[in-house]
Write a protein that binds this ligand. Structure first.
Ligand code: NAD
Length: 497
């Protein structure tokens, strides 16, 4: 059986540790390969290689760096099917969804090809007589990315195309559950002509991450994953004096107003709650139904949920695949028990959905809870599975209060036909990404992605202009070229003249 290693200095290298993790096919429950966890020595080697490579790469002109991104883009187009296939194999999501994930990652590479333009500084002539001032953004050096299981290609691509295009080198520590896509991306980057050592992949778990966090030559850390780990990463990075952006968990609400178009709301919620088996940080896990729309909404979602095709991700008819691991399946199903014991009404129960031919896989069908209240654990905590909770209220103000009082603030959406209601929601909602009749408002690559409250620790969102700011630092220059050498010393604070 294959054991995956790392990608250091421009080539795949075997791991040296005896510490391995299993990689599963979630549709069958079989172990398909192992992944080797990076040791302190391997991390140190990757950082040394990345540091050395970062010097010349930072001096490479932005247009040359962009040309590597253009070639990478072509190769991604050519190999996007292979990437999607490996995502489905290791994560379980259906192939069409895996293809969509790869495309959303490709969009960030498209953005990165414009780096000469987006990194341009600004210049002011004559800030004083004969004195000019300009500001440029320069790369940081070695940047690190630590990524979750649920988007094996897209989340790494939120980070490294922008970091590299800005002139940094990068070390990616992907989720140990889905390691293959990152290694494939590394192969493609080098085929595109990236100089050795600018991009590295080090597989591993907590000790690998801890060494990356404490290493003095790492300048910046980007993290995406669960909130407890995001908090720990932020603290660790700050303690070791690094720039950090750490994106955490979510509990995204969609408010369905009484005047909403029922079809639009139902179809939007079905995809947002059950797409990728709910294992999306932008999944809608709470629908707040305002007024009389609640009854028909629950009825229609229940009908559609019962019809949803839960199959292996490779089945062309599959609409939803399995959960990622047996452990995660246990976690999600334990929340079904919790919801029942808390008094929520389980309208659709997805347990026991798999038929004999899919035995061994981690299949859980769509689950729908009605009459959920904010004191319940199924409302408060992130479940990260195909479980939608419906909260009923007659008050639009209370609906907004619910969203704003929740611990998480990644995404939020409103379904309405009333422009003023939509506008008020957008203005007052406490969330980083907001949708109006759009259930999963994931920003495109040239905007930036990030949540508020316990969904993001740090100051910068990812990719787009915020990504460029995160991966560069500002240098402001003031200069003059005096021909008159008679100027005497001045002891007063210089002012503009
Ligand atoms: P996770 O936090 O368990 O793991 C994320 C990464 O951190 C992995 O690479 C893992 O190896 C590493 N890690 C795990 N525990 C660690 C520890 N104690 N110390 C250091 N590193 C550690 O998350 P996951 O289960 O892979 O992903 C699901 C979570 O990610 C969900 O909470 C989801 O909401 C979140 N997520 C958030 C976003 C976002 O944009 N906000 C996007 C995708 C996923």
């Amino acid at each position: 059986m294959t054991t995956l290693g790392h990608h250091i200095g421009g080539a795949r290298v075997p791991g040296t540790s005896d510490h391995h993790g299993p990689v599963y096919n979630p549709a069958t429950g079989e172990i398909t390969k192992h992944v080797c966890f990076g040791t302190r020595n391997e991390v140190d080697r990757a950082v040394a290689v990345a540091k050395e490579a970062s010097v010349d790469w930072a001096r490479t002109t932005p247009i040359r760096r962009a040309r590597v991104m253009f070639r990478f883009l072509e190769l991604l187009e050519k190999h996007k099917g292979d990437l999607a296939a490996v995502i489905t194999e290791e994560h379980g999501k259906v192939l069409s969804d895996a293809n969509g994930e790869v495309m959303r990652g490709i969009e960030v590479v498209e953005y990165a090809t414009g780096i000469p333009h987006v990194m341009a500084g600004h210049f002011t002539e004559n800030v004083g007589t004969g004195v000019d001032s300009w500001a440029v953004r320069q790369p940081l050096g070695v940047c690190v990315g630590i990524t979750p299981f649920n988007f094996p290609a897209m989340v790494p691509m939120w980070m490294f195309p922008v970091a590299i295009a800005c002139g940094n080198s990068f070390i990616l520590k992907p989720s140990e559950k889905v390691p293959s896509a990152s290694l494939m991306l590394a192969d493609l980057l080098y085929e595109a002509g990236l100089p050795e050592g600018v991009f590295n992949v080090i597989n591993g778990d907590r000790p690998t991450v801890e060494r990356l966090l404490e290493h003095p030559d790492v300048q910046a850390v980007s993290f995406v994953g669960s909130t407890p780990v995001a908090k720990a990463i932020q603290l660790g990075a700050i303690t070791h004096n690094k720039r950090v952006q750490a994106l955490g968990g979510a509990k995204n609400h969609a408010v369905i107003m009484p005047d909403a178009d029922l079809n639009t709301a139902v179809n939007g919620l079905m995809g947002a709650a059950y797409g990728s088996a709910g294992e999306r940080c932008m999944a809608v896990s709470v629908a707040v139904a305002v007024g009389e729309i609640a009854g028909p909404l629950v009825e229609r979602i229940a009908e559609d949920a019962r019809r949803l095709k839960v199959r292996p991700g490779t089945d062309p008819e599959a609409e939803m695949g399995p959960l990622v691991t047996a452990e995660h399946y246990q976690k999600v199903t334990s929340y079904i028990e919790t919801g029942l014991s808390e008094g929520a009404e389980l309208v659709v129960d997805g347990r026991g959905v798999q038929d004999e031919s899919y035995k061994g896989g981690y299949f859980l069908g769509p689950c729908l809870f009605d009459n959920v209240t904010p004191d319940m654990r199924i409302y408060k905590e992130e479940i990260f599975g195909p479980v939608l909770s419906v909260v009923r209220t007659d008050s639009p103000e209370y609906a907004l209060e619910l969203v704003n009082d929740h611990e998480f603030g990644n995404g939020a959406a409103i379904f309405t036909r009333d422009g003023e209601a939509g506008r008020q929601f957008v203005s007052h909602v406490q969330a980083g990404m907001v949708g109006v009749n759009v259930p999963i408002p994931v920003p495109v690559a040239y905007h930036s992605f990030g949540g508020w409250k316990a969904s993001l620790f740090g100051d910068h969102h990812m990719h787009g202009p915020e990504g460029v700011r995160f991966y560069t630092r500002l240098k402001t220059v003031t200069s003059r070229w005096p021909h008159d050498e008679s100027q005497s010393a001045s002891y007063a604070m210089p002012v503009q003249s």
